[in-house]
Design a protein around this ligand. Structure first.
Ligand code: NAD
Length: 352
């Protein structure tokens, strides 16, 4: 008998094009009146478009979101919200911008409308991160889960292939680890398999045909499912390693996930055969770890840690850090296995 808990909080999810035109209606639905629009500095024009559609409801724009949500940025954004008497946020952008919205909601409980423009899946999770004194802490809190998510593929048209591909691979990593999560449940397993299928078929088109809306919509569909999986079940060695590498060696988030995933899967291959079978089926290949590596190569994403800023003399330390606190993984996490995993990832070796 399989026992499990299924306890999913609801988010209103809307797919379509021209969705910024719905913003006023969606804000009213939440009973809010004064909105701050969040973005990165690079996406200020997206924030301006959103503010323009909000008309009188737009209280202001805060276009200072950066990677990993520094506490100073979160505090400044909370202050701006207070000054402007805002009661709702629209976060338009990728995981960094949505992460800033979550940091504000964590303290204020204000509702977030997320408009994701990458495929990372953060909009569907109650997971937040905050970086203080160089250390990123993450936690789970239902207050930070966006109330409404607007998936509009037209807003991803400006996303360059080199960001789009790895952000989609990041989403696939949520699905893969969801398949062998300690608290896996049958619904999340279905979503994880479908998420891998949708992203594996759409990403090669997204990176080659910049204007293909259909493929972008399909990738957003995969991102939605992947984010839902990440938000509902626990992750294992892959996410732990990427968190360590990002935090300690300042490696880029999505690229790190892309490089490490095939090696984490090779590491877990024998210990999680059913998960690997489902992932391989979804990828349409015989071996899931090799299939993920080949997909990353096909979309022109980085394949080796040495190419994304990892120092060779950091591999011992990273292996030590990643094995320090015992945590769930289908295969016991011990130093020599993890060291080998990282060695393979460093050189970008195709899983055997
Ligand atoms: P990102 O949000 O950091 O964006 C990368 C860059 O792409 C930014 O400069 C951004 O402005 C730009 N960009 C985004 N969309 C664009 C578009 N459509 N057109 C042009 N430029 C665009 O990238 P990401 O991969 O989405 O997010 C990474 C961050 O999200 C990490 O900090 C990670 O920890 C976090 N994350 C959190 C969760 C969660 O559940 N909490 C899940 C996944 C990722």
């Amino acid at each position: 008998m399989r026992s499990f808990v299924y306890d999913q909080p609801a988010t209103r999810v809307i797919f379509g094009t021209g969705l910024l035109d719905r913003l006023q209606e969606e804000v009213k639905r939440l009973g809010a009146h004064r909105v701050i629009v969040l973005s990165t500095p690079e996406q200020r024009s997206d924030a301006e478009q959103a503010a323009c559609r909000l008309g009188d409801m737009a209280a202001g724009i805060y276009a200072e979101a950066v990677m990993h949500v520094p506490i100073e940025t979160a505090l400044a954004a909370r202050d701006v919200a207070k000054q402007l008497d805002a009661d709702c946020y629209v976060a338009i952008g990728g995981g960094s911008t949505i992460g800033l919205g979550k940091a504000i909601a964590l303290e204020t409980g204000m509702p977030i409308i997320a408009v994701p423009t990458t495929f990372a899946g953060s909009e569907m999770t109650p997971i937040y991160g905050l970086t203080e004194g160089g250390i990123k802490k993450t936690g789970r809190d239902r207050r930070v889960l966006p109330r409404t998510v607007l998936y509009d593929p037209a807003l991803t048209l400006t996303l360059p292939a080199k960001i789009a591909g790895p952000s989609g691979m990041n989403a696939i990593a949520h699905c893969v680890e969801g398949l062998y999560a300690q608290d896996a449940n049958p619904i999340m397993t279905l979503l994880a398999a479908e998420g891998i299928r949708a992203l594996a078929r759409s990403l090669p088109i997204v990176v080659k045909e910049a204007a293909n809306l259909e493929a972008r919509s399909d990738a957003l569909y995969g991102a939605w499912l992947a984010g839902t999986v990440l938000g509902n079940v626990g992750m294992a060695i892959h996410h732990k390693l990427c968190h360590t590498l990002g935090g300690t060696f300042n490696l880029p988030h999505a690229e790190t996930h892309t490089v490490v995933l095939p090696h984490a899967m090779e590491f877990n291959r024998e210990a999680a055969p059913e998960a690997m079978r489902i992932a391989a089926d979804a990828l349409g290949v015989r071996d899931a770890a090799q299939g993920i590596y080949d997909l990353a190569a096909r979309i022109g994403a980085p394949l080796a840690l040495k190419d994304i800023g990892m120092p060779a003399d950091g591999l011992d330390r990273a292996s030590k850090l990643a094995t320090e606190n015992p945590y769930y993984n289908p295969r016991p996490v011990e130093y020599s296995g993890v060291r080998q995993l990282l060695e393979n990832a460093y050189h970008g070796k195709r899983p055997a």
